[in-house]
Design a protein around this ligand. Structure first.
Ligand code: GTQ
Ligand code: FE2
Length: 378
């Protein structure tokens, strides 16, 4: 819905007074004094349910990779610009680099041997890898490998840099709460050291964070002060994959375990609290069994999805797309989403549709604004 114009006429709005010279004079006076009467704007300011300015939209991975790799050839990465990251700009948000009103989503690209310089900021961030490897993200001087299927959270105010140790370029996606922090005007940003030490250029198979925190249900009783926010810096694909496989196997064996028939779902959580992995961002992974379709579901707040594997049909409100590996799409607030897994010849054996999702649900939940509703399938 667009900003509703001020309507003065009695025919449009039976509750409104007749337009007289005195009334026009009153309204001109409002404008001059920088005042706005509620009765002319209430439908827009206080709608009966969320009406998102953001639009449902899909970006194809092929096209993102193409512009990222051309940027790799033409645009250096270094201090000042900080990152070779290209943001999804929702067509409903006036050209701002925002995937939704609260979420930043970008493809980031590093050439062989390149370093993205160290910095820190209040914005919460994560990386998710749909293909490739060879980059280590260095968080609080701890080099963390990034490989296909890995989820790497990085809570606000931790120092971080990225290093490509491979002889191939690497792309991944970043999710941050940049638009949310821009709106609440609470951001801080610090530049770090200009280069990385020899140790930070090392390429261990597991980070120190994983060695301390990567054992399910076991919190280290160590002297080490945990970093700001969630301490486990890499959620490896092997673990996510096994959790989803187990849920669907249990369902097949007749035990409950899935969120709905053929639909396994896991949420990334902070091991010290079991709550959402970041204070402003929820991250989840869905697996929809071959041929299964999810019931249309609405949620307050917005989500970005990336297809990790498989292919299918996605419907958001009254638009729908075919999607395949790497494609990203946006689900605006309160728009119903349903997905169907439609295996094609090039897909993996299982034929499942694997979807990575992130959303602003923790913000809404903390403010008692989170609602969801599942519709009867059509
Ligand atoms: O990698 O540190 O996409 O600070 C946007 C802001 C990535 C990062 C982005 C950032 C980063
Ligand atoms: Fe950053």
């Amino acid at each position: 819905m667009t900003d509703s114009p001020v309507r003065l006429t009695a025919e449009d709005r039976p509750d409104q007074p007749p337009v007289t010279p005195e009334l026009e004079d009153l309204y001109r006076g409002f404008e001059k004094a920088l005042l706005v009467p509620l009765w002319t704007r209430i439908g827009d300011l206080m709608p009966q349910h969320p009406r998102s300015k953001a639009q449902p939209h899909r970006w194809e991975w092929k096209a993102l990779l193409d512009v990222a790799s051309r940027s790799g050839d033409l645009v250096p990465v270094g201090r000042g610009g900080e990152r070779r990251a290209i943001a999804l700009a929702n067509p409903g948000l006036g050209g701002r680099p925002y995937a939704t009103a609260t979420l930043w989503a970008a493809i980031q690209y590093l050439m062989p041997g390149e370093d993205a310089p160290e910095h820190r900021h209040t914005q919460n961030a994560f990386r998710f890898v749909v293909e490739g490897q060879g980059v280590w993200t260095v968080v609080e001087r701890d080099p963390v490998p990034m490989r296909r299927g890995d989820f790497l959270p990085q809570a606000g105010m931790n120092w971080h840099a990225h290093h490509n140790a491979a002889d191939e370029p690497m792309a991944w996606i970043d999710g941050l709460d940049i638009p949310f922090q821009y709106d609440v005007e609470a951001q801080f940003f610090d530049f770090g050291r200009d280069g990385l030490s020899e140790h930070e250029h090392s390429t261990p198979d597991r980070s120190r964070a994983e060695r301390l925190w990567g054992h399910p249900g076991l919190a280290p009783v160590s002297q080490l002060r945990p970093i700001e926010g969630t301490p486990l810096l890499r959620y490896r694909w092997e673990d996510t994959d096994a959790a989803l496989t187990d849920q669907l196997d249990l369902e097949r064996e007749g035990h409950p375990g899935t969120v709905e028939p053929g639909h396994a779902l896991v949420r990334y959580t902070n091991p010290t609290t079991a709550a959402d992995v970041l204070p402003t961002i929820r991250a989840q992974f869905h697996r929809v069994r071959r041929g299964a379709e999810t019931a249309p579901r609405r949620e307050t707040g917005s989500s970005v999805y990336q297809v990790f594997d498989g292919s299918g049909r996605v419907r958001v409100g009254d638009v729908s797309w075919s999607v395949q590996r790497g494609d990203l799409f946006v689900v605006p607030s309160w728009m119903p989403l349903s997905v169907r897994s439609e295996a094609s010849a090039s897909d993996s054996d299982s034929g499942a549709l694997d979807l990575f999702q992130f959303s602003d649900a923790p913000i809404l939940a903390k403010l008692n604004l989170f609602r969801s509703h599942v519709e009867e399938p059509a």
